[in-house]
Write a protein that binds this ligand. Structure first.
Ligand code: FES
Ligand SMILES: [Fe+2]
Length: 445
């Protein structure tokens, strides 16, 4: 086990250098990122054979391609002749990727198909290992293509458990991107992630989500079914407009159409009746439209109707009724992060859709941000700056409210220490969960 600098020696204290020290960042680049599954693209970006996208991660570029016969594959984006990137951006290869420099050709599977003026090269430079693009492990799960540079890593689905099983029950693979946003955040990637994994900040940062009648905040007031329905609809609308689609506008309309349902007078019976009525109405509407939606009442019964799942290290899915938000975080440097937000919606099976294209990257203070990310983004640059204060040594985490941050950071340490995958899997299982109000867990290292 390698010694980790600025390690999480106390589970409730996060040393600030983990967010600002360039050597710590370099260690993550060396020991963490090449050993984890990275969400490389959404599958609807490559709907047809020969469609490809370039996935960039710091100084690495990987091409993800849908092939005719081998499913989705990936390879390193560097011509084996003199290293030119074979593709840039995204598109469809007309059966061949042709290097723009001297014209070497590769099939969609990365195999070399032509070396121009082949006779002029020595035999030892012409073996398949010399000529084919270097493959990258690529697996498909949850509507996304995932890559991993580590041949020893367990399969993606195993590394994303237990979130993978819950999200399969949510049928996330049958959602498609309807909206796609990107933000450049002047903060460390872990700081960006941690702004979203606790509810402690909601009262101060998102006051519009503090709706007393929904959350039973006024204990002295008698339960009022109509006030509860109105409050729930208000909450759904705030999540829909404030996130531009985490709760789909169609589902908000469906809920509004149920405003006048009769509910029992008892609070818990009323809430159960409302949930069931709304679930039924959402399912009926979407099934009538030919959408593949899960049985939302069954999700309730199994206790996996949770609205947030972390997929370590850098992907989140936040499902809600028929739809979801998804986030991806990519470091651009020690104190710079690219965060993307998708709004995912159900689509009619077999219908053709335009391939989503990457959005313009907005600054975090851009006035076009929807209300909820705008509020979260307003804190982040101030926090990254505040960390630099000489008198600030470490974050002080709430044991009751911020346990997930501790579990996440200590899992990072497991990778930095060079632990084998079998010892990391239990830690991944502690992090790939609903993050709110998680206890600080013993990860076994
Ligand atoms: S660098 Fe690609 S053909 Fe020369
Ligand atoms: Fe927030």
């Amino acid at each position: 086990m390698r010694a980790v600098p600025f390690a999480m020696e106390q589970p409730d204290r996060v040393p600030k250098q983990r967010y600002i020290d360039p050597d710590f960042f370099a260690l993550e680049v060396e020991q963490l990122w090449p050993r984890v599954w990275q969400m490389a693209c959404r599958l609807e970006e490559i709907p047809q054979p020969n469609d490809f996208v370039e996935y960039e991660f710091l100084d690495q570029s990987v091409v993800v391609v849908r092939t005719d016969d081998m499913g989705v594959t990936a390879f390193q984006n560097a011509c084996r002749h003199r290293g030119v990137k074979v593709v840039e951006g995204r598109g469809t290869c007309a059966r061949t990727f042709r290097c723009p420099f001297h014209g070497w050709c590769y099939g969609p599977d990365g195999k070399n198909t032509a070396v121009t003026q082949r006779r002029t090269f020595a035999e030892h430079n012409l073996t398949a290992e010399d000529l084919d693009l270097v493959p990258v492990r690529c697996e498909v799960w949850g509507g996304c293509a995932w890559i991993n540079f580590d041949p020893d890593a367990p399969p993606v689905r195993q590394c994303l458990e237990p979130a993978a099983t819950s999200l399969d029950a949510w049928k996330v693979e049958s959602m498609r991107a309807e909206k796609w946003y990107a933000c450049r955040l002047p903060v460390n990637w872990k700081l960006a992630i941690e702004a979203f994994v606790e509810m402690y900040h909601v009262v101060q940062t998102h006051p519009q989500l503090v709706i007393p009648a929904k959350f039973g905040l006024r204990k002295d007031e008698p339960f009022e079914p109509q006030a509860f329905i109105d409050a729930d609809i208000q909450y759904l609308r705030a999540m829909s407009e404030g996130m531009d689609g985490m709760c789909h506008a169609d589902d908000v309309r469906i809920a509004e159409g149920l405003r006048d349902v009769e509910l029992p007078a008892d609070a818990s019976e009323a809430k159960a009746t409302w949930n069931r009525t709304l679930n039924d109405a959402v399912m009926r509407w979407h099934r009538d439209a030919g959408h593949d939606v899960p049985d939302l009442n069954e999700l309730d019964a199994q206790g996996i109707n949770l609205t947030f799942f972390h997929a370590f290290p850098h992907y989140f899915v936040l499902p809600m009724y028929s739809s979801a938000s998804a986030y991806r975080f990519r470091p651009l440097g020690p104190e710079e992060t690219l965060m993307e937000i998708w709004s995912l919606a159900r689509f009619t099976e077999g219908e053709e859709h335009a391939r989503p294209t990457p959005p313009e990257v907005w600054e975090c203070a851009d006035p076009r941000w929807p209300a909820i990310p705008a509020q979260d983004f307003s804190n982040l640059p101030r926090q990254q700056k505040g960390l630099h204060a000489q008198g600030f040594e470490y974050m002080r985490l709430s044991t009751g409210l911020e346990g997930h941050i501790s579990n996440f950071q200590r899992t990072v340490d497991g990778f930095l220490a060079g632990l084998p995958h079998e010892r990391l899997l239990p830690a991944l299982a502690a992090v790939n969960v609903y993050p709110f109000e998680q206890p600080m867990l013993d990860l076994g290292f």
